[in-house]
Design a protein around this ligand. Structure first.
Ligand SMILES: Nc1ncnc2c1ncn2[C@@H]1O[C@H](COP(=O)(O)OP(=O)(O)OP(=O)(O)O)[C@@H](O)[C@H]1O
Ligand SMILES: [Mg+2]
Length: 300
């Protein structure tokens, strides 16, 4: 088996459909012949198991972090989606909603030992450090947003925080560079260097090699965009506009790979506590087939 492709799925705003896209995209990847692992990294509000039609699993990340289970794979459980497993977040353990550095690192290192063709890491809402850390740890990421301006703004914030977190993590122990980078996230400095390219140009004077390292890290990102709750063709233009803004201000390519229509059936499937993965709706299946084809073509 080749190296798994590990993809974080985030989007800033709560309720835009990150977990819905994660659960259904996994099922679509399985339909296309791939094995899938799900990781619920929404540590404070884990509910991916519900989206997969499961009750809370008996083993979760909590049992791994407490040392009850030595390997991360030991807390993986089967899901109703064939050829897939789930590692559930530790929802009810509030102290783990904000894990410390060592705990985070233990999870991130553990994820790299797991086996599946695709591993989907469902992130929590917001742009907190834990979310940005998980975004920055893996080159592949899908940003999910609906088409409302507020959601798109939060999606931009999610990407920006994640990218800066990734750049800062490139220089452990280098307080000088970390301080410079942090300054650029403040609104005041933002005005002097509104784009990441401006920032690189300014930093290059002081630290050209480090800027080169940052540029390489950015170029190794494979960032994808999925629009959710799309109600009409005209909303798809929001995606194009957004990828243009990300390219201009964050100097990174965000590839639009498809959309999911708004359909009440998705909500209803959650209520029935059957698999919330929608299998019998042709329109939904077509959306996920298109997303899957684009993802598979662009991910490697
Ligand atoms: N395309 C859609 N059409 C209709 N309802 C949808 C669609 N996508 C998601 N929903 C509904 O929106 C709600 C939020 O979805 P979901 O839990 O996937 O969002 P989330 O981004 O993971 O939220 P959180 O930030 O709380 O983790 C759910 O009730 C879900 O059924
Ligand atoms: Mg969620």
């Amino acid at each position: 088996m080749s190296e798994p492709i590990i993809i974080s799925i985030g989007g800033g705003k709560g309720g835009v459909g990150k977990s819905t896209i994660s659960s259904n995209l996994g099922a679509a990847l399985v339909r296309h012949g791939y094995s899938v692992g799900y990781i619920d990294a929404d540590l404070g509000g884990a509910n991916l198991h519900t989206c997969l039609g499961m009750r809370r699993p008996a083993r979760t990340l909590h049992n791994f972090l407490t040392g009850e289970y030595k390997s991360l794979v030991d807390v993986a459980v089967e899901t109703p989606v064939p050829k897939s497993w789930l590692i559930s977040g530790a929802g009810e353990f509030l102290e783990l909603a904000n894990p410390n550095f060592a705990q985070k690192q233990k999870i991130l290192n553990g994820i790299k030992t797991l086996e599946a063709d695709y591993i989907l890491v469902d992130l929590g809402a917001g742009s907190h450090t834990i979310v940005s850390d998980f975004f920055a740890a893996f080159p592949h990421s899908i940003t999910v947003t609906d088409c409302l301006p507020t959601s798109v703004e939060n999606a931009y914030g999610f990407l920006k925080s994640g990218i800066f977190r990734g750049l800062i993590r490139l220089f452990p122990g280098r307080d000088d560079i970390q301080k410079l980078l942090k300054a650029y996230t403040s609104p005041k400095t933002d005005k002097n260097a509104p784009t990441l390219d401006n920032m690189f140009a300014q930093l290059r004077v002081k630290c050209p090699e480090e800027v080169e390292t940052m540029r390489e890290w950015l170029d190794s990102r494979k960032l994808f965009l999925v629009l959710n709750m799309v109600r009409g063709q005209e909303e798809i233009a929001v995606g194009e506009g957004f990828t243009g803004i990300v390219q201009k201000y964050l100097s990174v390519s965000l590839r639009y790979i498809g959309y999911l229509v708004y359909t009440p059936e998705i909500r209803m499937s959650l209520r029935s506590l059957g698999p919330a993965v929608v299998q019998n709706n042709r329109q939904v299946a077509e959306c996920f087939d298109a997303i899957t084809r684009n993802l598979v073509a662009l991910a490697r």
